[in-house]
Design a protein around this ligand. Structure first.
Ligand SMILES: [Zn+2]
Length: 197
């Protein structure tokens, strides 16, 4: 059963209301998994294709498994949020070999497979909830520029790129996401547009 973006966002917000008091959700991943009865494992897979999985063991224990060789913290958080998406959106558990690959977990959207697209959208909403990311972004935008347009950043030259760097460094750190994930979310919320990068 397909879900709309609104439905997915509501499900993500319910998780946030339950578990996050302040700051980024990535700080409470352990708490969420514990409450949901999910065990977390990192395995050193040499396969570049394997990124993460939500899977069930023989004892019906549910696991989130991610590739230990993911070296980017933002990417790692996005992967965990993506697997939590499969869990909270009640997607059928992957069979033993059906892991989420590098093509399934895309921080920039453009996903054809509807199940993977839903999990990616969930991850985006969970890591960067609209209200929080919007007010943080607009607050920084207002403080960092004198220009009149206050509610939108169009990155197209050195000046706007300079503003973007400040905002990017702050928000990727605060929400534990990669630049790619942040850019995609801001574009999706119609807060920014990027001419180059
Ligand atoms: Zn997936």
């Amino acid at each position: 059963m397909m879900k709309t973006n609104n439905e997915i966002e509501h499900i993500a917000n319910d998780v946030l209301i339950k578990f996050v008091k302040r700051g980024g959700v990535y700080k409470v991943f352990d708490e969420i998994m514990l409450a949901e009865g999910i065990k977390f494992k990192e395995i050193p897979s040499v396969s570049k294709d394997f990124v993460g999985a939500l899977t069930k063991g023989n004892n019906s224990q549910v696991y989130i498994i991610i590739n230990k060789n993911i070296d980017n913290l933002g990417r790692k958080n996005f992967t965990i949020a993506h697997e939590l998406g499969h869990h909270f959106l009640c997607h059928q558990l992957h069979q033993n070999l059906g892991f989420c690959t590098v093509n399934d977990i895309t921080e920039e959207g453009h996903q054809q497979n509807p199940i993977e697209r839903e999990a990616n959208y969930f991850a985006s909403c969970l890591l960067m909830p609209e209200e929080k990311i919007k007010s943080a972004f607009l607050g920084m935008l207002e403080r960092s520029r004198k220009a009149k347009i206050k509610d939108f950043l169009y990155v197209k030259n050195d000046y706007t790129f300079g503003i973007w760097i400040l905002i990017r460094d702050e928000l990727t750190k605060r929400y534990g996401v990669s630049e790619a994930a942040l850019r995609y979310r801001l574009q999706q919320l119609k807060l920014a547009r990027f001419e180059f990068l």
